[in-house]
Write a protein that binds this ligand. Structure first.
Ligand SMILES: C[S@@+](CC[C@H](N)C(=O)[O-])C[C@H]1O[C@@H](n2cnc3c(N)ncnc32)[C@H](O)[C@@H]1O
Length: 231
């Protein structure tokens, strides 16, 4: 397993190291898009299910997941003031610990996150990743040739993700897709497109600074982090 450097020195750098934590929060509409498009027919079942978001960051994806699931467990290796602090790759879970695992993992560890997620979910795993996650000989050998996704859902709109915050005005040149595995599904690698939906799914409060709502005991830690320009 690749070792990650979570030291302050590495976190303080402004550019993305190979072993960076990939602090790129997800605009909530991109999470809603998963359930309002590709997974629409599963929506009513999800209301009784439990989901793990193992790389929850500041909780932008977790809060959107809560709109669809009965329970969402949120964790992250770094303390952003939301969820439990836990290294996903070093935590032991029983098989079927969660119905679903849904996240956008750090790109450099996405393969490891995916393999682990598939081992611990009973119903499915969905990974939001750059479209280029679909290529590479390594990923073909380790994942796609053995266990291809049920759906590959390409965003037709761009999903702007920027370092350390969500911003309604942000733009990006990067394409993103949802990679979805549903256990025991008869569908195999179905290519779908997520129709333009941003306007419809975006909510007024989506871009709020949730630092205001975090546990005051953890706020101190956050202030310390920003003093040291840790992201
Ligand atoms: C792209 S961000 C995820 C954004 C988040 N899902 C959201 O809703 O905004 C990647 C996250 O993975 C976390 N991370 C990196 N390595 C991790 C690990 N080994 N275990 C758990 N979380 C990890 C980082 O701290 C970072 O918050």
């Amino acid at each position: 397993m690749k070792k990650q450097n979570t030291s302050h020195a590495v976190m303080a750098k402004r550019f993305e190291e190979n072993d960076s934590l990939d602090d790129f929060p997800t605009p909530p509409w991109a999470t809603r898009a998963l359930f309002e498009s590709t997974l629409k027919k599963y929506k009513s079942k999800l209301k009784k299910m439990k989901c793990l978001e193992p790389a929850c960051n500041r909780g932008y994806m977790s809060r959107a997941l809560k709109e669809y699931f009965k329970k969402v467990d949120s964790r992250d290796v770094w303390d952003y003031g939301f969820g439990k602090v836990q290294n996903f790759l070093e935590t032991k879970y029983e098989k079927n610990s969660f119905d679903w695992v849904i996240t956008n993992p750090p790109f450099n560890l996405a393969e490891e996150f995916l393999i682990k997620s598939l081992n611990i979910c009973s119903h499915g795993t969905a990974i939001l990743a750059r479209t280029v996650f679909l290529e590479s000989v390594g990923r073909y050998k380790n994942i796609f040739s053995k266990n291809p996704p049920t759906y590959f859902a390409q965003f037709t709109e761009r999903v702007p993700m920027i370092k350390g915050r969500v911003d309604k005005q942000a733009s990006t040149a990067t394409g993103y897709a949802w990679f979805i595995w549903i256990k025991n599904s008869k569908i195999n690698s179905k290519l779908t497109w997520i129709e333009p939906c941003r306007k419809l799914l975006e909510k007024e409060f989506d871009y709020e600074d949730f630092d205001k709502t975090i546990n005051p005991k953890r706020k101190k830690k956050n202030i310390l982090r920003s003093q040291y320009k840790l992201f």
